[in-house]
Every structure is written in structure tokens, then in C-alpha cells.
Write a protein that binds this ligand. Structure first.
Ligand code: FAD
Length: 314
């Protein structure tokens, strides 16, 4: 029997177990609220897919992403968070208390809900990309660029994100190749100008990715020039995919206002969504920063927002 399915509604239901969800849980449970957290299909979230995390304060020597998320979970449990290895498969935000369906079978009632379901990077879908993920293949230059300082890297993508990632890498790396599928970039004119002005950046247009080369780690990439219809190879150590992210918001779309990229819209300076009592934290509402520390920061804000809501309206 699912304890959280008993008749009295839980004060705070948190959907997601990344840095945002666990931080929200730490704050809400420490405030004396009864809190249940649903981990979803990826307990610990995106950081469990990486190796070393060097930019989260409090870990001067760095830490393995998976170990860091065990630490987050342990801290949330310490204050009494009820952590469930389960997935929220439906929500009903048109009634109050809100209703969550867990693993398609159980219905749980909650006075407040914190959505912390994160976002997933889009990938090219190559076998070599999967095999070398974390061994030179990454979807986050801010996170992993430093590991390639002084080396040669490629960024795939033609939008603003790809341009930003390439600019970031141009300050750290020896050489940055920007690989664009079509004959022009979608990035803003100013971003393109900045890229062009960098002596260590080369942009390849009309370029397809055939295979990332390397056995144990990235050693190069085989490309396809669509104009000459020929393949060619580049030697490099880092391969950054910057073709966009997909926020995990499908479940909430019937109720929650999303922006034009599908991210949850929150009131500026808070984690409030358009539904009073429903809050959003982390990458699910952040298409810009997408870092563990910012996710944790908004997780904290969501817990405080939920606490205030319960004090006044719950
Ligand atoms: P996520 O970590 O994405 O977690 C989302 C959670 O929601 C998951 O637990 C998932 O199971 C759960 N979920 C989704 N749907 C449901 C559902 N229906 N029901 C229940 N649960 C659900 N950031 C840094 O600061 N430093 C780094 O070095 C760094 N390296 C990275 C390396 C890689 C390879 C990647 C992909 C990201 C990296 N990041 C790094 C970014 C960082 O991981 C994210 O910004 C951060 O994890 C976002 O946290 P979040 O809590 O918003 O969501």
C-alpha cells in the first residue's frame, strides 16, 4: 500500500529527483512539512549520466555526478522526505487538492506540487555518440569544456546555443570546429559575427556527421560534405552536441503555461506557475543556465514558495 495514497493530502509533492527536486525536498522537509518525492525513470537526474562534476560548490576536489546525487538524496532523507522510486504518469491540476497518478495505478492528493522534471538533451542518434558519451562526447560545454582545455573540439548545431557553446570553448580550447547541417546558421547575426571574429573557430556549413571516431575515447569525427558529396575526417578530442534540449513538460501541458520552446513559464523572481500552488524548478523552467547549481537554487525557491502558499492559502 502506498502511504502517500491515504486520504489526507500530502503538503508538498515533488516530481523529479535531480538537484532541483532534492533541494526542494531538503528545504520543505526541514520546514516541518510532509514531503513526498517521486524519482521518475532517472533517479538522481542528468548528473548521473556524467563522470566528474567540478563546478558544484562544496566539492573542492570535484565529485562523481552519481555520488553527488546520492549525497543530495541522503540529505533529503535525513529530514524525513518520503522518497518513492516511482513515476508520475498523469496530473489533474483542475481540482484542489491536486491529484497525481503514480505509475498509472495509484492516485495521490497534494496541497502543493513542485515540478522538477528537468530537460533532456537532444542527440544525433549515432551509435558512436552513445558509446563515447562521457568519453569526449558531451551536450554541455559549460559543464565539460574545461576538460578539453588546449585541445581541439567540435560543436554540432547552428542555433544560438551552439554559437554560445562554441564561443565558450574558443576561450579554453586550441581549435573549435562548428558543424552546421545547412548552408547557414540560425544563430543571431551578432553571435555569428562574434564567432567569425575568433581566430581559432572554423565553421563548416552543409556538413553531416557520419561517425564519431575512437575506441575508448573521442579521437576524431568523420563528416560528410553535402556539396562535394565526399566524406572527410577531423582529428579532435571533444565533441559537443548543441542541437537543443527537450523540457519534460508533456504531462503538464494541458494545465501549465509553457513558453514557445516548451519550458514552463514562471513568474519572474519566483517559481510560481499559472496555477496557484503549483511551482516549477530547475531545467524544466530554465532554457538559459541549465546548471546543477541553478537547478538547486530554484529548488530552494520552490520549497519556500510552497511553504508560503501553504501558510496563507493551503
Ligand atoms: P534533472 O537533473 O534533469 O532531473 C530530472 C528528474 O525528473 C529526474 O530524476 C527524472 O527521473 C525526473 N522525472 C522526469 N519526469 C518525471 C515524472 N513524470 N515523474 C517523476 N519524476 C520524473 N551541471 C553542472 O552544474 N555541472 C556539471 O558538471 C554538469 N555536467 C553535466 C553533464 C551532462 C552529461 C549533462 C547531461 C548535464 C550536466 N549538467 C551539469 C547539467 C545538470 O545536470 C542539470 O542542469 C541539472 O541536472 C538539472 O537538474 P534538474 O533537477 O532540473 O533536472
Amino acid at each position: 500500500m502506498d502511504n502517500a495514497s491515504t486520504s489526507s493530502p500530502v503538503s508538498v509533492a515533488i516530481i523529479g529527483s535531480g538537484p532541483a527536486g532534492y533541494t526542494a525536498a531538503i528545504y520543505a522537509a526541514r520546514a516541518g512539512l510532509d514531503v513526498v518525492l517521486y524519482q521518475g525513470l532517472q533517479p538522481g537526474g542528468q548528473l548521473t549520466t556524467t563522470t566528474e562534476v567540478e563546478n558544484f560548490p562544496g566539492y573542492p576536489e570535484g565529485a562523481l555526478g552519481s555520488q553527488m546525487m546520492v549525497d543530495f538524496q541522503t540529505q533529503a532523507q535525513r529530514f524525513g522526505t518520503d522518497i518513492r522510486n516511482a513515476t508520475v504518469t498523469a496530473v489533474n491540476f483542475s481540482c484542489y487538492p491536486f491529484q497525481l497518478t503514480i505509475d498509472t495505478t495509484t492516485t495521490v492528493e497534494a496541497k502543493t506540487v513542485i515540478i522538477a522534471t528537468g530537460a533532456s538533451a537532444k542527440w544525433l542518434g549515432l551509435e558512436s555518440e552513445k558509446r563515447l558519451n562521457g568519453r569526449g562526447v558531451s551536450a554541455c560545454a559549460t559543464c565539460d569544456g574545461f576538460f578539453f582545455r588546449g585541445q581541439d573540439v567540435a560543436v554540432v548545431g547552428g542555433g544560438d546555443t551552439a554559437a554560445e557553446e562554441a564561443l565558450h570553448l574558443s576561450k579554453i580550447c586550441n581549435k573549435v570546429y562548428v558543424l552546421v547541417r545547412s548552408d547557414k546558421m540560425r544563430a543571431s547575426h551578432i553571435m555569428q559575427q562574434r564567432l567569425i571574429s575568433k581566430p581559432n573557430v572554423s565553421i563548416f556549413f552543409n556538413t553531416g556527421i557520419e561517425e564519431i571516431l575512437g575506441d575508448q575515447e573521442v579521437e576524431g569525427v568523420r563528416l560528410f560534405d553535402k556539396r562535394s558529396q565526399t566524406s572527410f575526417e577531423l582529428l579532435l578530442q571533444g565533441f559537443f552536441v548543441a542541437i537543443g534540449h527537450q523540457p519534460n513538460t508533456a504531462l503538464f501541458a494541458p494545465y501549465i503555461t509553457l513558453d514557445n520552446k516548451g519550458y514552463i513559464q514562471t513568474t519572474p523572481g519566483s517559481t510560481k506557475t499559472n496555477i496557484p500552488g503549483v511551482f516549477a524548478a530547475g531545467d524544466v523552467q530554465d532554457s538559459i543556465y541549465r546548471q546543477a547549481i541553478t537547478a538547486a537554487g530554484t529548488g530552494c525557491m520552490a520549497a519556500l514558495d510552497a511553504e508560503r502558499f501553504l501558510a496563507t492559502e493551503g
